[in-house]
Design a protein around this ligand. Structure first.
Ligand code: AMP
Length: 213
């Protein structure tokens, strides 16, 4: 399945739930690119400045990452594409890659959200530097200030591209380049729209009801 929606729509959060409840794997090109930047690989070096500006990394790079990840994923394991595809060219590459790896798409779930609320969601978010648990300045602070609820770590981090200016660029990129993918999948009867502004548990229930048993 593909989780589609602007930055901050809750794709990562919902992917995490699906991993826990259904044993699916999440293929997030954003996570792969951040890992490449951290490791200083050639892909990371090329992507770094582009990501900091909130623009899109070239299609060939992200489709290459997805190809490698598909080759490593057991065929019986369901996949959540998170943050990919983001352009029409990537959607075409994904079709070819799925065929090559003997897979097919069951669903495209669009998380529909209000853009102004997203800016608040994104600029307030941070995560545990050790276990990755997600928090928010206003909506979800750790139970004990400065200590991760899950693992007890006292170190937290923020994504360098979670500033208001970059978020606005990322949203403009979404509107211009990613939203046009939807009609393609709509024509194939794959798209379901879920209200991404609803509470996390409700979004989770709606998504579960849309997936094959
Ligand atoms: P994300 O974690 O999905 O919000 O992605 C963070 C950043 O990584 C984006 O703002 C882009 O710069 C880059 N990126 C992630 N996925 C893609 C993709 N499929 N195509 C192009 N750029 C991407």
């Amino acid at each position: 399945m593909i989780l589609l929606g602007p930055p901050g729509a809750g794709k990562g959060t919902q992917a995490q739930r699906l991993i826990e409840t259904r044993g699916m794997v999440q293929l997030s090109t954003g996570d792969m690119l951040r890992a490449a930047v951290k490791a200083g690989t050639p892909v990371g070096c090329e992507a770094r400045a582009i990501m900091e500006r909130g623009e899109l990394v070239p299609d060939s790079i992200v489709s290459g990452l997805i190809d490698e990840a598909l080759a490593k994923t057991p065929c019986a394991t369901g996949i959540i594409f998170d943050g990919y595809p983001r352009t029409l060219a990537q959607a075409e590459s994904l079709d070819a890659l799925l065929t090559a790896h003997g897979r097919h798409l069951d669903r495209v779930i669009e998380l529909a959200v209000d853009e102004d609320a997203l800016v608040d969601r994104i600029t307030g978010r941070f995560s545990c530097a050790r276990c990755g648990a997600g928090y928010h300045d206003r909506n979800k602070r750790p139970r004990v200030e400065g200590v991760c609820d899950v693992c007890g770590s006292t170190e937290f981090r923020r994504r360098p591209d979670d500033t208001e200016e970059t978020v606005r660029t990322r949203m403009a990129e979404y509107r211009a380049k990613t939203a046009p993918i939807l009609p393609v999948y709509e024509a194939r009867g794959l798209v379901a729209r879920v209200d991404g502004m609803a509470p996390i548990e409700e979004v989770e229930r709606e998504i579960a009801a849309l997936l094959p048993a």
